[in-house]
Ligand binder design. Structure first.
Ligand SMILES: Cc1ncc(COP(=O)(O)O)c(C=O)c1O
Length: 382
């Protein structure tokens, strides 16, 4: 079946994605490498379609969360160097060597096991060390660094390909003093590594917001996720760019989520719509039933709040979003009929529904809106 034959599909704009990657390339000094972060099914955009476009665009690295994602990329014919940003269980470190992936390490156990798996295969494996500078997520604490230096020194089958860190508070604020503190802590830790004779080939600290706002965070490689998909990390990031007298980069959203009307019905006044009778009609209305629900990633928090687009016009969601269905008001859209296209996210005609709008309705961030769109929905590059 072609993706458009399904009851819903995601369209991925090739032009928009390539435009965004090119926009980031232009922000970087010559020689600075670009990683397209494609973890979490490419933030819901589809690991393989996005991985292929990123490879075609010649990105230097792909960033994934886990070994399974590397295996899927390789099985899909994508051989671009790949860094595993998330956790690799010890028993998968042999697979990492086989797949030629570069894990990010921060446990001594992982360093020792990767050394053993590499030695067994007669290979020298590149890896990245993650430094803890203030997120208190993954990363080596400053006082644990000497032990890591020792472990890396004695690991003759490992190559310290990179050293990195991640910012805790760069998207959520226009006050970047904490990010600057982290950067200073990072520089101190890297200096300690270098003083011990360990010089990583690549230093990397920058996510989308850091890449846009601070060239001082770029080092040798930037790790760009959300903005490669055409979304701003936050309003604060956009505002910060303006406050810095920057011309904010033009980002183009990549994803459109489409479905089609499954049923149209006329509903009288004083009738209820959906579970929990949370919506009651005050006048006769025409209702369209859409075959998409929260099991597909259309958040239940959108109940009675969001709109979809049908015939280029806004159709309000009525009642609760169900597991696989959602009802919308099409009283004012006379052309709406069975199989009419409905857009849940993206453009239709002159109107647009953004991930930021849906995120605001659900009290979350655009990252969550897109990355939770069901992986079972076909992705179609257009
Ligand atoms: C370690 C790491 N680097 C880079 C990124 C990309 O961040 P963004 O999507 O804000 O560009 C992420 C995303 O969460 C991450 O965890």
């Amino acid at each position: 079946m072609t993706p458009t034959a399904h009851i819903q599909h995601i369209e991925i704009s090739r032009d928009a994605y390539l435009h965004n990657l090119d926009t980031f390339r232009r922000l970087l000094a010559p020689g600075c490498r670009l990683m397209a972060v494609v973890k979490a099914n490419a933030y819901g955009h589809g690991l393989l379609p996005i991985g292929r476009l990123a490879a075609e665009a010649g990105v230097d690295y792909l960033g994934v969360n886990c070994v399974e994602e590397v295996a899927a990329l390789r099985a899909g014919g994508i051989g671009t160097p790949t860094v595993i940003l998330g956790y690799v269980p010890l028993h998968q470190l042999g697979d990492v060597v086989e797949l030629n992936a570069e894990p990010v390490l921060y446990n001594l156990e992982s360093v020792d096991r990767l050394q053993a798996e590499s030695a067994r295969r007669g290979r020298r494996s590149p890896f990245h060390l993650k430094l803890e500078t203030g997120v208190h997520r993954q990363g080596v604490m400053a006082d644990a660094l000497p032990a890591f230096i020792e472990a890396v020194r004695r690991s003759d089958h490992l190559v310290l390909q990179g050293v990195g860190m991640h910012f805790a508070n760069i998207e959520d604020t226009t006050d970047h003093s904490f990010a600057q503190l982290q950067l200073a802590a990072y520089r101190r830790m890297v200096a300690a590594l270098e003083a011990a004779g360990l010089s990583p080939r690549l230093q990397h600290t920058a996510c989308s917001a850091a890449t846009i706002l601070f060239a001082s965070t770029h080092f040798d490689l930037v790790r760009v996720g959300i903005s490669s998909y055409g979304l701003w990390p936050s309003k604060e990031t956009y505002l910060s760019a303006i406050l810095q007298n920057q011309q904010p980069p033009v980002l183009r959203p990549v994803l459109t989520w489409k479905t089609r009307v499954a049923q149209i019905k006329d509903v009288p006044a004083n009738a209820y719509v959906g579970y929990g009778c949370s919506y009651r009609t005050t006048q006769p209305i025409r209702l369209a039933v859409l075959p998409v629900g929260y099991a597909d990633g259309y958040d239940r928090g959108l109940s009675n709040q969001a709109h979809v687009l049908i015939g280029g016009r806004w159709a309000p969601v009525l009642g609760r979003v169900c597991m696989n269905m959602t009802m919308v008001d099409v009283t004012h859209i006379p052309d709406a009929a069975v199989e009419s296209e409905a857009v849940l996210l993206g453009n239709q005609g002159d109107n647009r529904i953004t991930a930021d709008e849906l995120a605001a309705l659900c009290h979350t961030i655009n990252y969550e809106i897109v990355s939770r769109i069901g992986a079972h929905i076909p992705r179609l590059v257009v």
